[in-house]
Design a protein around this ligand. Structure first.
Ligand code: DAH
Length: 329
């Protein structure tokens, strides 16, 4: 028995587990109830009394060596990260890249299309004054948009000229005004940004959303230029063959004003829930800049004309990706 124990001891001392499973097998082989070490302890009864002390010590040594091996190697596997968990904390994290938000992708793609047409990107403040959001754009003093129910006011003084009210911009059209104030034609800009409306949040609309505004002012700019520019944008963004149509509309700062629809890219114009079975979906408002707006921003309307447009980024992203609900409420 002594030789047997010594042979086992020498094997055990050399043992290196290659995996956690191999280590577990090793533990079962030696230490489990039916394993080799309990069997040796069971045989201990047969050892001659004069050898018992020595054999007892040997057996205990073997048991301790095996237990230490198991503990030590288990700790090694755990600190490396087990193969079952499938990761190794020391590896570079190149499989765990972030992704762009769909709204960022849409905004970038729209910006790029207009950049190829020579538009530059401009920005304006989110906290604006009444003048740039409403007055300079010809919104009458009692227009419903100027109501507390529609606009987030930061500072609204009763009985004081409304033009000094401070508010969160309700549209990016305010950046048109700033662009006209700050430069002379030719002006060819787009202004992407966040806008704010004091409205109930629903699955399809939030009180904070994104718009992209466009403004083009030069000599002899006509409605045909507006149509061709927006038609080009739609072909690039939604794909060739997408149809467009313009419907007469009204905005205080454009004359003529229109809304533009595209053939529904979800059903291809056949009719579906997204287009409410009409085959068309509205994507933007647009029009020829009202000469009074040019004049009040320091641009000579006798010499120059221009067009403007504004679109909602969320809406366009929903159409592009066939998303029916933006928010889970
Ligand atoms: N600002 C308008 C809105 O938020 C959209 C718009 C319409 C922008 C016509 C324009 C435009 O530049 O010409 O509903």
């Amino acid at each position: 028995m002594k030789e047997k124990v010594e042979e086992i001891l020498s094997q055990v001392l050399d043992f290196q587990a290659e995996s956690k499973e191999a280590l577990e097998n090793f533990r079962i082989t030696y230490l489990s109830k039916k394993g080799i070490i309990p069997a040796l302890f069971a045989d201990f009864k047969t050892v001659a009394p004069e050898l018992r002390k020595e054999m007892g010590m040997k057996l205990n040594e073997l048991k301790n060596v095996v237990q230490d091996k198991v503990d030590e190697q288990l700790q090694k596997f755990e600190s490396q990260g087990s193969s079952e968990a499938g990761f190794d904390m020391s590896m570079p994290a190149n499989e765990m890249r972030g992704a762009r938000h769909p709204l960022s992708i849409v905004r970038r793609d729209i910006n790029e299309i207009f950049a190829h047409l020579g538009f530059t990107i401009v920005e304006g403040p989110e906290i604006e004054d009444d003048y740039h959001v409403f007055s300079a754009l010809n919104f009458p003093i009692d227009h419903p948009a100027r109501d507390m129910q529609d606009t987030f006011f930061i500072n609204k003084e009763p009985n004081v000229n409304k033009m000094s009210d401070i508010l969160l911009r309700t549209h990016t059209s305010s950046v048109q005004v700033r662009a006209m104030e700050n430069s002379q034609p030719p002006i060819r800009v787009i202004a992407p940004g966040r806008v704010f409306r004091n409205e109930a949040i629903s699955a399809r609309a939030h009180c904070i959303f994104h718009q992209i505004e466009g403004l083009y002012i030069d000599e002899n700019v006509s409605f045909a230029d507006l149509k061709q520019t927006l038609y080009h944008f739609v072909q690039e963004f939604f794909g060739e063959g997408t149809k467009v149509r313009f419907r007469p509309s009204y905005f205080p700062f454009t004359e003529t004003s229109a809304e533009m629809d595209i053939s529904c890219n979800i059903c291809g114009g056949k009719g579906c829930n997204i287009c409410k079975h009409t085959g068309w979906v509205e994507i933007l408002g647009c029009g020829m800049c009202d000469p009074n707006i040019l004049l009040s921003s320091g641009i000579d309307p006798e010499k120059y004309s221009g067009f403007a447009f504004g679109m909602g980024v969320e809406r366009i992203a929903m159409l592009k990706y066939g998303v029916t609900a933006l928010y889970l409420l």
